[in-house]
Write a protein that binds this ligand. Structure first.
Ligand code: GLV
Ligand code: MN
Ligand code: MN
Length: 421
């Protein structure tokens, strides 16, 4: 790396102001952001991002999954770009940082390179991946999954939200169904900066998480059917109460997570009961299950246990059960050269760091299947995330962006050496 590149730092104040500016798009009363994927607010933040990247001199490509690629040209157009990025969609009660710092630190990186007049060997791209959250359209990381060949475009377009609107229609409606075929887009490397979304870095006083792996995760959809009946006239032993059966199932799912401590986690985060009337015994429920663990074999055991226990509860409660696995994202190890680039960047910048496995899903997990990839974590207060109160310190976000910049420039120097060799 040149001396100029070695001394280069991002503009921390400008990055923070940019994060606060986009946080206005979908701002919530408690200081968070509600910007569901492919909503009008998602369109607004995308328009903002495209405009900002154009002002930074980038060319823009949108693929047919709505992924946005903002490219700053390099000296060597034959090299595939080094990419950075994350997502601008949020949870229904999301924060200002999840995903967002990964995209906006990419924009800041471009602005920093422009100001310093640094020409990289490879092009640099900043990517906004569509539907990382998976809250509106399951599964999560849908568009990076198509990019990596894990899902077909047709499968993605057919995903429907709880109101029955499809991903394909909504993508078209907001005007972000691009021409470029998703996936036909080689990358030399991909780096994603993200808040940790957990408490480890803060507890240990570390500023940088050098992410080595992403744990495995599986999602399920469950429908339980009993019988609607009068709440005042149906004796307790004669009821087929789908909600009561579901409550028992939720307790059993929680117990499976606890049984496989300390690494397993199990969550039921969405439940709908029908007819949802206070004096009707609920005849039908729909709920979701999210299970995670760093090892696939343990996930398989957890899945078997959940299946067996839910079947037994359904039989005991006289209700029927339909349990469908809708997503399986296996554990992902990141590429050694990219993890090393992150570790060395943190060390060179004198930032306290530790290796960490991601408990959350990230687009980087799918991109890793098609390009050398790694992630950088920075702390967030009390590990609180997927919450309007999500909070990160400006100096930690800036430190993460500096590590990102340095990892990208070191990767570029390595590619340049490869070209010369
Ligand atoms: C993505 O936000 C996840 O569920 O980990
Ligand atoms: Mn995220
Ligand atoms: Mn998230």
């Amino acid at each position: 790396m040149s001396q100029k590149a070695t001394n280069l730092r991002i503009n921390a104040e400008r990055l923070w102001e940019t994060i606060m500016e986009t946080a206005q798009i979908g701002a919530t009363a408690k200081g968070g952001v509600r910007r569901l994927t492919l909503s009008d607010l998602d369109r607004r933040v995308r328009d903002w991002f495209v405009d900002a990247c154009k002002k930074a001199g980038c060319s823009i490509t949108v693929d047919d999954m709505g992924n946005i690629f903002a490219r700053r040209a390099g000296k060597n157009p034959n090299l595939a770009p080094i990419a950075v990025g994350s997502h601008l969609d949020t949870q229904p009660s999301g924060g200002k940082f999840d995903g967002i710092i990964g995209v906006l630190s990419g924009l800041e990186l471009l602005r920093t390179l422009n100001e310093a007049g640094i020409e990289t060997e490879a092009p640099i791209e900043v990517i906004d991946w569509t539907n990382e959250e998976g809250s509106r359209f399951a599964p999560a990381m849908l568009a990076s999954g198509v990019f990596a060949g894990k899902f077909s475009r047709e499968y993605a377009y057919a995903r429907a939200d709880r109101d029955g609107k499809s991903f394909g229609e909504e993508l078209e409606r907001i005007g972000y169904r691009g021409e470029a075929p998703c996936g036909a887009h080689p990358l030399s490397a991909f780096f994603e900066l993200h808040i940790e979304q957990g408490p480890i870095l803060e507890a240990e006083g570390k500023v940088i998480g050098v992410v080595t792996d992403v744990q495995g995760m599986r999602w399920y959809e469950v429908t339980v059917e009993g019988e609607d009946c009068h709440a005042g006239t149906t004796p307790m032993p004669m009821r087929k109460d789908a909600l009561l059966a579901s409550a028992r199932m939720i307790t059993a799912i929680n117990a499976v997570g606890r049984r496989h401590a300390p690494h397993a986690v199990t969550t039921v985060g969405l439940i709908e009961a029908q007819p949802n009337s206070r004096n009707v015994i609920p005849g039908k429920t729909f709920f979701t299950i999210d299970i995670r663990h760093p090892h696939d074999a343990v996930l398989a055991t957890m899945e078997d246990e959940i299946t067996r226990e839910l079947e037994a509860i359904a039989a005991a409660c006289g209700v029927s059960l339909a349990l469908e696995r809708v997503w399986n994202s296996p554990p992902v190890p990141f590429a050694k050269e990219c993890v090393d680039a992150v570790r060395e960047a943190a060390r060179d910048l004198g930032l306290p760091s530790r290796e960490i496995i991601s408990g959350a899903g990230h687009d980087a997990a799918y991109v890793a299947a098609v390009a050398p990839t790694a992630m950088i974590f920075v702390p967030c207060e009390r590990g609180i995330s997927h919450n309007e109160l999500e909070k990160a310190e400006p100096e930690h976000v800036a430190a993460g962006a500096d590590v990102l910049l340095r990892a990208v420039l070191a990767t570029d120097a390595r590619l340049a050496e490869g070209v010369r060799a």
